[in-house]
Design a protein around this ligand. Structure first.
Ligand code: TPP
Ligand code: MG
Length: 345
């Protein structure tokens, strides 16, 4: 082996993805999932500003945390009780751009709710993604219940839920984590801490830097990771999944992320975040960060990147075109899922 080749081999061994056992192809799939999520997310804001989508809520800045966590799960086996920023998480588990756009346009065939809920209230039963309520933190209780059921049935499934840091102030979160700790459930709570709950900053939400500090109070492991670092989140989640699956109890993971957009399309974060803070936050782009990692590891050429970007854009174009032309829900079934259809009367 020449000196150059030997130096390259040494460097390759030192690469973090290799230590984690992640093949280059897998990394490119993850990168593509992030690029696709970003492309869809950007497009939905355009649709909102065009007056075609009345409300959108975004996951930009959270992609590495979500794709990294999803990579540690078995799609269709483990469970996700998501929250409204989990677009990239759901795409990585099997939601398609068309599925999502059908919800943005509130169409009949939207798999999440048949156009009944706002977009980003994800649900995809075949991918084991459970439906979400707008009421924050209710999904924590659902995930704990799923983990309890998995245990009772002797299945090795793990239930994951995601919330924002602000939602950890709600009773459901505390009750859910307490129950999971008591019963040592295969449960993982991923807090995507983006520093804000709408306009309320982290420091006014809790007296600790990371809500992971509370894990000990529920008898579970608590870890804080850099949520802009896909590999760090993958590693933390994989460890938590192994722990849950082998009966060693639940884990609380706090992923520190950036919220690139305002809370929702009905908000303007420039009114409560100083310009310097916004500028610094926008430099924490997880997609760019992973791209740089791949380029430095010689796993992604400029041409490959260009191709991936173009493919994702075309996929979004197609999804928008089909969803926009799709049928709206039938007015006659407006009460479905509201009142019982089989009970008396
Ligand atoms: C019980 C409840 N209270 C208030 C709201 C309104 N609300 C929706 S999102 C949100 C902020 C949540 O912040 P955080 O948990 O940090 O998540 P993020 O949006 O920052 O990702 C609030 C207060 C709600 N949906 N449910
Ligand atoms: Mg938040």
């Amino acid at each position: 082996m020449s000196e150059d080749a030997s130096a390259r081999a040494t460097r390759a061994r030192e690469l973090r993805h290799e230590a984690l056992g992640l093949e280059p192809e897998r990394l490119l799939t993850m990168y593509r999932q992030m690029v696709l999520a970003r492309a869809i997310d950007r497009r939905m804001w355009v649709l909102n500003r065009q007056g075609k989508a009345p409300f959108v809520i975004s996951g930009q800045g959270h992609e590495a945390a979500q794709v990294g966590a999803a990579a540690a799960l078995r799609p269709g086996v483990d469970w996700l009780c998501p929250y409204y920023r989990d677009l990239a998480f759901c795409l990585a588990l099997g939601l398609t751009p068309l599925d999502f756009m059908l919800s943005v346009f509130a169409r009949r065939d939207d798999p999440s709710s048949g156009g009944r809920q706002m977009p980003s209230h994800f649900s995809l039963p075949k991918a084991h993604i459970a439906t979400t309520s707008s009421t924050v933190a209710t999904q924590v209780i659902h995930a704990v219940g799923i983990a309890y059921a998995a245990r009772a049935r002797g299945l090795d499934e793990v239930a994951v839920t995601c919330v924002g840091e602000g939602s950890t102030s709600k009773g459901d979160w505390h009750e859910g984590l307490n129950f999971a700790g008591v019963h040592r459930l295969p449960f993982i709570c991923i807090v995507q801490d983006n520093d804000y709950a709408i306009s309320v900053p982290h420091r006014l939400q809790m007296g600790v830097d990371s809500v992971a500090a509370r894990a000990a109070g529920y008898g579970m492991a608590g870890v804080t990771v850099d949520g802009g670092d896909l590999l760090a989140v993958y590693e933390a989640t994989r460890e938590a999944v192994e722990k849950g699956r082998s009966g060693r109890g639940p884990t609380l993971i706090v992923a520190k992320v950036a919220r690139f957009t305002s809370h929702s399309s009905d908000d303007d974060q420039r009114r409560y975040r100083p310009p310097e803070e916004l500028e610094a936050m926008l430099r924490r782009d997880p997609v760019e960060r992973f791209r740089t990692y791949l380029q430095q590891a010689s796993l992604l050429s400029d041409q490959d990147d260009e191709r991936i970007q173009q493919e994702c854009t075309s996929e979004v174009d197609r999804a928008v075109q089909i969803a926009e032309a799709a049928e709206p829900p039938d007015a006659s079934d407006i009460y479905r899922h509201v009142f019982s259809e089989s009970g008396p009367g």
